[in-house]
Design a protein. Structure first.
Length: 259
């Protein structure tokens, strides 16, 4: 089964490259240059582009990659994706060209209005999910186009996946997100221990992603916004009661935006 390689881009993005034999597929290529460098260095042929949402740091490399040769471009049906050939929404499935990996599509709006995620099972690593900017390691995306209710629904959908799932997000935000988690959830020993682990990984120059969903369920304040301790923390910071998980999530997200 295809190896999954993180290609660093910009200051904190990851472009995920799947390779099988001489074939390669890229997920969210915001910048073509590091992808082209990798393809040329490894002697690989690009066989598809997979996009989760329309932001430039996720689709900005599409045109330059396609200038090397047309390949299928998969992306959300409800967003404008450069050179998209396959418009996808929840319930659709794809077999990634040249790789043989089957992926199912979930609608996960909130960060953008039409954001999608791709979930499947990798022969070597087990269940996987490419989640773009919806879920980060110990965090979640900002609400640029959707509502708190949209994002809470999307995160709840991801939280219901197999807890062994490897969650492939698109940014190296983990340590910063953990600082917020420590402020919002200061008595959570799991968060304290995770901070030590992830700081050590970054000190060694290693990516902190993908993360396992079971770690997110224990440490990510946005997945746990409905729990009593997080609701109390959200209400204390907001200065008013929060009556349900959506209100708690909204207060936590607003807090994080200014953290």
């Amino acid at each position: 089964m295809a190896a999954i390689i993180p290609i660093p881009a910009f200051t904190d993005n990851y472009i995920w490259l799947l390779r099988e034999g001489g074939n390669a597929v890229v997920v969210d290529p915001g910048d073509a240059c590091p992808v082209i460098d990798y393809l040329d260095r490894e002697g690989l042929e690009l066989t598809a582009i997979v996009n989760t949402h329309h932001h430039g740091d996720h689709v900005g490399g599409n045109d330059a990659l396609l200038a090397r040769g047309d390949v299928p471009v998969f992306g959300p049906a409800r967003e404008r994706i450069p050179r998209r050939t396959h418009a996808l929404s929840e319930g659709d499935s794809i077999e990634v060209p040249g790789i043989g990996l089957q992926l199912e599509v979930l609608d996960v709006p909130g960060h953008t209005a039409g954001h999608i995620a791709y979930v499947g099972v990798h022969d070597d690593t087990g269940p996987i999910a490419f989640v773009g900017d919806t879920l980060f390691a110990c965090g979640c995306g900002r609400l640029f186009e959707g509502t708190a209710r949209d994002m809470w629904s999307s995160l709840s959908k991801l939280a219901a996946l197999d807890p062994e799932s490897s969650m492939y997000c698109a940014h190296e935000y983990t340590v910063s997100n953990l600082r917020f988690a420590l402020a919002a959830d200061p008595h959570n020993v799991n968060v304290q221990e995770r901070m030590e682990r992830e700081q050590a990984r970054r000190a060694r120059g290693e990516p902190t992603v993908p993360s396992r969903l079971h770690d997110e369920l224990r440490t990510n304040p946005f997945l746990r916004a409905g729990e009593a301790s997080l609701m109390a923390s959200a209400a204390a910071h907001a200065g008013h009661p929060v009556s349900d998980p959506v209100a708690s999530f909204a207060a936590l997200r607003a807090w994080k935006d200014r953290f």
